[in-house]
Design a protein around this ligand. Structure first.
Ligand code: C2E
Ligand code: CA
Ligand code: CA
Length: 755
């Protein structure tokens, strides 16, 4: 699974979880809200009921107070003056806005403020109650006008406890209905004034039944209340709240004693309106929640998208080569182990291959970096086509490409790489110009479980060895011997300067003998490195390294110094001396001060110049004949004798020899070895020697190991012999002894060697 689908999956499960949570939450929320609102409704009913009760009771109170005030003023009036009383009643009625104000005499005669006179408008209960309780309030009853319900309130007029009559007010029931209507129960609410028997006396906006208990009896009450309980509450003059279901509608009701008669004010509110409110609230909240969730989801998706984009960009910079658009070294390394493992499992050999474009710097220099990049792109594209499904490819940076390739055999892999590089080398164009390219490759056949960077190093070393083989080779395989050499070289290079200071380089001298006389006639100085840890190191190990890094220039001069020192010492001690050959590297030929330096050493040690023979190898001569001619002339002028070393080892040209005036020619030991048991070769050697003698050079045979060789060489006319048969190269002391001995024998005129 990729990080991308993982991210989205995570996001969606998060969204799902949030949605479930919100759904569950909203159900709970709805329940809670309903509960709260129901509680709220109960509380509301209680306050609203109490308020309505106060309002109604207040109205009754004020009306009774007004009537009481009228009654008090009537106490002192002449009640027999009917017209005066009537005018007074009329005036009071006007002032207090009753429907009617009246006065009933104890005999039942009644005067009304509208001027009418009737009998007994008040009931006996009214009158009785008035005198007993100082007031009365009647239940609604038919008014004077038709179909009009009114309530009559009255107070007695007493003078010295004498009952003078009752002053009363007639008020339409509408007045009280309006007071009930002022409550804030809303359209669905109901406010009633009832008596303890449950009879509805006043109702707003409409009566639901003539008796409340009729309803209560057939209602289903919420826990903790019942019709009986309400009845009981009312008998006890207590207020209360109840919830009940009637006609499938649930309602709340509160009841408060009014304080007049046995009346109660009851407020009723259907729960339905509360629930509707809750539902609305829940809906609103849910909508809000959903909006927030949707916004969050959009935000989340946007963040994921940005994350994905930046991860993609990061991946690109980390694992894609910007030039070729293919894997870079990081990606290559990541896939490498698994790929190698697969090859192993299938028991197929594989190799890490490094391919480098030759002289790519020149392409950059000539065409510029932009074109150089295009060339790299073309090459990368072409090289990439050369791999199979299980193999890997990347650009390692610069003009270096890496592969992991199958290696059925070195030959087969070599052929593939040849074909690949030839094809890639032929396809490149800069603009319209054809640009042939060549490559050098290093191959490490994976034969060991070493870290990736070591494999890279090994491919690199193999590449360096291919490169060192002078461009003729397209590829080279890594081998341990090569690595060992490199390590030795590095070790040699790091310690050579110090070794020279510490005089670790020792001069060995190999004597040369005259074939005819058998006398020690000269010697060759050969360097040895007396290493404190490794013992004696032969020159073949370090001279090539010093030739590469130029240190041989110093070393040769050091050897010359040592040789000159020896000669000087012996001369000054009057001991016998012989000319000593010193090897000089080809690098000296480029040094304009070469001969001056030689001369300086000779002067310093006060030596005749012919005591040092300059040995130059045959290959140096063939490098640049003109230059060699010049150097030879200069050396001759300076008085040195010059030997051509290793003659016959390379491409000898006898013609060249004719033009070059070497004092001595040293026949190469390998060349002589070829003559062993080979008559034809012997003939060639014999012919050569003759010819060399004709141009007047002295001939030294090197590497003479057997008497047979010696006999042959002497027979064909060689002058001098050098080889293990006579002596190995000797430390200076040993050589001096040998020289002294030779001189002693010569004095006795007995040559040491005769053939
Ligand atoms: P070279 O100048 O051809 O020296 C002769 C080499 O042949 C010496 O090897 C010597 O030990 C070896 N040799 C002599 N007789 C025999 C023999 O009978 N049989 C065999 N198999 N070998 C024999 P060495 O000393 O190892 O030197 C190798 C090469 O190192 C020399 O070859 C020379 O080219 C170079 N070299 C030695 N010393 C110096 C030096 O001071 N300066 C420079 N530039 N090169 C030096
Ligand atoms: Ca030599
Ligand atoms: Ca030689």
């Amino acid at each position: 699974m990729t990080y991308k689908t993982k991210g989205f999956k995570r996001a969606f499960s998060l969204i799902l979880a949030v949605t479930i949570l919100v759904a569950a939450g909203s159900v709970l929320y709805r329940q809670q809200i309903t509960q709260w609102l129901e509680q709220d409704a109960r509380n509301f009913l209680v306050t609203e009921g109490a308020e309505t009760t106060t309002d109604i009771s207040h109205v009754f109170g004020i009306q009774l107070q007004i009537l009481t005030a009228i009654a008090v003023s009537l106490e002192n009036q002449d009640l027999s003056n009917k017209s005066g009383l009537l005018a007074y009643l009329h005036q009071q009625n006007q002032r207090n806005s009753f429907q009617l104000t009246g006065f009933q005499f104890p005999n039942g005669q009644t005067l009304l403020s509208d001027g009418k006179t009737t009998r007994n408008l008040l009931s006996a209960t009214d009158v009785e109650s008035a005198y007993e309780h100082s007031h009365f309030i009647s239940a609604p009853r038919a008014g004077l006008a038709e179909e009009e319900q009114v309530i009559i309130l009255g107070v007695p007029v007493l003078k010295n406890r004498k009952q003078l009559g009752i002053v009363f007010a007639v008020e339409p029931i509408k007045t009280y209905e309006e007071v009930l209507g002022d409550s804030s129960l809303g359209e669905k609410g109901l406010a009633l004034v009832i008596n303890k028997q449950g009879d509805v006396l006043i109702a707003y906006p409409r009566p639901i039944a003539s008796n409340i208990f009729d309803i209560a009896e057939s209602s289903l009450f919420d826990a903790g209340k019942s019709a009986g309980q309400i009845r009981h509450d009312m008998n006890e003059n207590v207020s209360g709240v109840s919830g009940y279901t009637y006609n499938k509608i649930h309602r709340f009701s509160s009841y408060f004693p009014l304080g007049y008669n046995d009346w109660y004010v009851m407020s009723i509110l259907p729960t339905e309106s509360v629930v509707a409110k809750a539902e609305h609230l829940v809906k609103m909240s849910l909508f809000l929640c959903l909006s927030v969730i949707i916004a969050l989801v959009i935000l989340l998706l946007f963040i994921l998208y940005l994350q994905h984009q930046s991860a993609k960009a990061l991946f690109h910079t980390a694992f894609v080569d910007p030039l070729t658009g293919k894997d870079n070294l990081n990606a290559f390394q990541l896939k490498f182990l698994a790929a190698v493992q697969k090859f192993k499992q299938e028991q197929r050999a594989c190799a890490m291959v490094l391919i480098n474009i030759n002289s790519f710097k020149a392409v950059n220099n000539i065409y510029g970096f932009e074109q150089g990049d295009k060339v790299l792109q073309q090459v990368g594209k072409e090289l990439q086509t050369g791999i199979t499904e299980n193999e890997l490819f990347c650009r390692g940076g610069g003009d270096v490409f890496f592969f992991l390739m199958e290696c059925p055999s070195r030959e087969e892999l070599g052929r593939r790489i040849d074909a690949l590089t030839v094809r890639a080398g032929q396809l490149c164009h800069v603009g319209k110009e054809y640009l042939p390219l060549s490559f050098t490759c290093g191959i490490y056949v994976i034969d060991e479980d070493v870290p990736f960077y070591m494999m890279m190093d090994r491919a690199n070393l193999a590449w360096a060895s291919a490169k060192a083989q002078a461009g003729s080779k397209v590829y080279a395989f890594y081998d341990r011997e090569y690595l060992r050499r490199i390590v030795t070289e590095k070790r040699i290079e790091s310690s050579m300067e110090q070794a020279l200071k510490d005089k670790e380089f020792k001069v060995y001298l190999q004597p040369k003998y005259d074939f005819k006389t058998g006398r020690l006639v000269s010697a060759e100085a050969l360097v040895r490195w007396q290493h404190p840890e490794q013992g004696v190191i032969p020159p073949d190990w370090f001279i090539p390294v010093f030739e590469k890094n130029g240190f041989v220039l110093k070393l040769d001069m050091y050897i010359l110094e040592e040789v000159a020192g020896l000669l000087q010492r012996r001369r000054e001690a009057n001991l016998p001396v012989v000319p000593i050959g010193v090897n000089f590297s080809r690098l000296h030929l480029d040094d304009p001060d070469f001969i001056d330096m030689l001369l300086q050493v000779m002067e310093k040690h006060n030596l005749p110049h012919n005591l040092v023979e300059v040995e130059l190898t045959e290959s140096m001569v063939m490098d640049d004949v003109m230059r060699m001619t010049r150097v030879l002339d200069e050396l001759h002028i300076a008085g040195f004798s010059v030997a051509m070393d290793d003659f016959g080892a390379g491409y000898s040209s006898l013609n060249v020899l004719k033009y070059l005036d070497f004092d001595c020619v040293k026949l190469d030991k390998e060349f002589l070895a070829k003559g062993e048991g080979n008559p034809r070769m012997r003939q060639i050697i014999s012919g050569l020697v003759k010819m060399i003698k004709e141009v007047g050079s002295h001939i030294v045979a090197e590497g003479v190991e057997t008497k047979e060789q010696a006999e042959f060489l002497r027979s064909i006319g060689c002058d001098t012999a050098q080889g293990y048969l006579y002596s190995r190269p000797l430390p200076m002391d040993d050589f001096e002894q040998k020289l002294d001995e030779d001189a002693r024998i010569a004095a006795e005129e007995e040559p040491p060697f005769t053939f």
